[in-house]
Design a protein around this ligand. Structure first.
Ligand code: HEC
Ligand code: HEC
Ligand code: HEC
Length: 231
């Protein structure tokens, strides 16, 4: 009797350990799978259709920018996300380097719908308010241009940058004659890039696909205004 009483719980205990181990293995495998999948650009739009589809399209095919505006084939590389994807296979998370706390907060905000949208684009996709490089770097505690200028991405000094565009006809955009600028003032990831010098200088170069700032603003504002009237 006494033997039975002691051996029975121990079988139960062993079973519990086996079940717990199996569950643990499943959780780990699923977790690793999720993690690998979550690194793929398709994850961003597959899970969070709204609000990620517009950004995925401007990255994957470049046929439209985040506003849903069609972009000619020759002009697509002026969208920095498309340029990096098509030339180097850069993923969303190579640029938007995730921090764990940010990912969790984003997940919660997505589930609860707690994020600010700018409106709908021409394709009816939800878009968010445009982020500055400061805002994008906040969660991983990097400021401004470090989003682009860092050891993993563009390890370039300002002198090297200036030299890289010295051959452009007209005013060299990397001659920051009026003080340091944000890379994001000109290089746009999910819409065509703009040459901000052109706000004031008529000789600011516009390589293929680049827009004068006035034209870019008018296009963006036009889309958001048209869609807020419709709503
Ligand atoms: C080459 C770097 C790069 C890649 C790759 C990239 N992004 Fe971005 N992303 C940026 C920058 C820079 C901005 C700031 C706004 C801009 O320039 O368009 C931004 C902004 C955003 C925003 C905020 C809204 C906004 O307009 O500012 C979202 C959402 C976003 N990206 C999602 C994605 C998704 C999803 C992918 C992949 C499918 C992706 N990004 C790939 C650099 C990148
Ligand atoms: C005033 C506008 C402007 C600003 C600000 C700016 N760029 Fe540029 N950048 C340009 C233009 C215009 C080109 C030429 C694009 C082309 O030829 O297609 C360029 C080209 C580049 C290139 C490619 C150079 C090559 O070898 O062809 C890199 C890399 C680059 N920029 C990085 C940066 C980084 C990093 C920053 C921030 C520190 C920055 N840029 C800020 C306008 C700007
Ligand atoms: C908000 C308007 C404005 C913007 C934007 C602007 N500039 Fe200027 N810039 C001026 C004015 C005004 C002068 C003339 C100042 C003077 O004569 O002292 C000037 C003068 C200059 C000069 C020295 C004089 C000359 O014409 O050679 C350089 C170089 C220059 N800018 C380069 C740039 C570059 C490169 C950009 C973009 C990165 C840029 N500027 C963006 C207004 C602007």
């Amino acid at each position: 009797m006494e033997n039975n009483q002691t051996s029975q719980p121990s079988i139960k205990k062993r079973k519990r350990i086996i079940v717990a181990s199996v569950v643990a293995v499943i959780v780990v495998v699923a977790g690793v799978g999720m993690f690998v999948w979550h690194e793929q650009p398709s994850f961003c739009s597959a899970i969070c259709h709204t609000p990620m589809d517009a950004y995925y399209d401007s990255y994957a095919t470049g046929e439209t920018d985040k506003y849903g505006i069609p972009v000619e084939e020759a002009d697509r590389t002026s969208m920095t996300a498309y340029l990096h994807q098509s030339t180097q296979g850069t993923t969303c998370l190579d640029c938007h380097v995730p921090s764990l706390s940010e990912q969790i907060a984003e997940g919660i905000n997505w589930v609860t719908g707690d994020y600010v949208v700018a409106g709908n684009n021409l394709k009816g996709q939800t878009i968010l308010a445009t982020r500055s490089l400061d805002q994008l770097g906040e969660a991983r505690e990097v400021e401004g241009n470090v989003f682009c200028q860092n050891d993993s991405c563009h390890n370039l000094s300002f002198e090297e940058l200036e030299a890289a565009t010295a051959d452009l006809e007209g005013r060299n955009p990397h001659t920051f004659a009026h003080g340091e600028m944000s890379c994001g003032d000109c290089h746009k990831a999910h819409s065509q890039s703009v040459n901000k010098c052109g706000e004031c200088h008529g000789d600011a170069p516009l390589p293929d696909g680049w827009l004068a700032p006035q034209a870019a603003n008018a296009m963006a504002e036009g889309v958001l205004a048209a869609n807020s009237e419709a709503a």
